[in-house]
Design a protein around this ligand. Structure first.
Ligand SMILES: CC(C)(COP(=O)(O)OP(=O)(O)OC[C@H]1O[C@@H](n2cnc3c(N)ncnc32)[C@H](O)[C@@H]1OP(=O)(O)O)[C@@H](O)C(=O)NCCC(=O)NCCS
Length: 179
């Protein structure tokens, strides 16, 4: 478990299925994500099952819980995906699924805990990430974390009747240490 001041990150549990179904079937959340098909209970259960088996070495996915006094509440998840043992890189992803918790600093704190874990414990050299060009909050969020914009995948995603660009970000271990 990774613990900060207002969030903690913990491994996924079977009982998280109900949260995942709620968050990842909410169009206001999924408009910012690559997900586009309705998420079924069976698909979510399989996803969680695989985290403990086939994807153990390639994905670290953690649930973000907000710390509220003595209790905590699941509000989203974040992860390092496609962890590459040769090149020491991985792909970062995050979604605060509970909209009441957007823009209150939880995302930044959760991301800092996970990125630190990636560089200090997984010995990553580089972390990549993507955001849709229209996701202004996510773009500011990445820059605030120290990610550098490295390019744009033009019209790479179709959403809401039109194509959108993806902004590609990268963060190197030395850049993170220097922050
Ligand atoms: C993107 C996301 C992770 C950011 O986390 P968050 O907790 O909402 O954001 P934070 O409060 O930590 O703010 C991070 C920075 O983003 C910027 N930001 C926050 N709210 C913003 C808003 N409404 N509009 C524009 N920028 C905003 C600010 O620069 C902020 O830093 P500051 O307030 O210290 O200046 C979260 O909103 C989320 O999961 N959204 C839905 C799914 C998503 O977009 N995932 C990312 C896909 S790439």
């Amino acid at each position: 478990m990774l613990r900060g001041k207002s969030v903690l990150l913990r491994p996924v549990k079977r009982s998280d299925v109900s949260y995942f179904l709620k968050w990842f079937n909410d169009p206001e959340v999924t408009q910012y994500l690559g997900l586009y098909l309705p998420m079924t209970e069976i698909a979510e259960e399989k996803f969680i099952e695989e985290l403990g088996t086939t994807r153990t070495k390639s994905d670290v996915i953690l649930v973000i819980e907000a710390i509220e006094g003595d209790s905590t509440k699941p509000i989203g998840n974040c992860g390092l995906h496609e962890i590459n043992a040769k090149d020491h890189n991985a792909l970062f992803g995050i979604a605060i699924g509970d909209k009441d918790y957007w823009s209150k600093g939880y995302g930044l704190e959760a991301a800092r805990l996970l990125i630190n874990y990636g560089f200090q414990q997984l010995n990553l050299h580089r972390i990549s990430s993507y955001a849709f060009a229209f996701n202004e909050r996510s773009i500011k969020f990445h820059k605030k974390l120290g990610f550098r914009e490295e390019g744009r995948l033009r019209q790479s995603t179709f959403k809401n009747g039109q194509y959108h660009d993806h902004v590609q970000f990268g963060l190197l271990r030395d850049e993170w240490k220097g922050l």
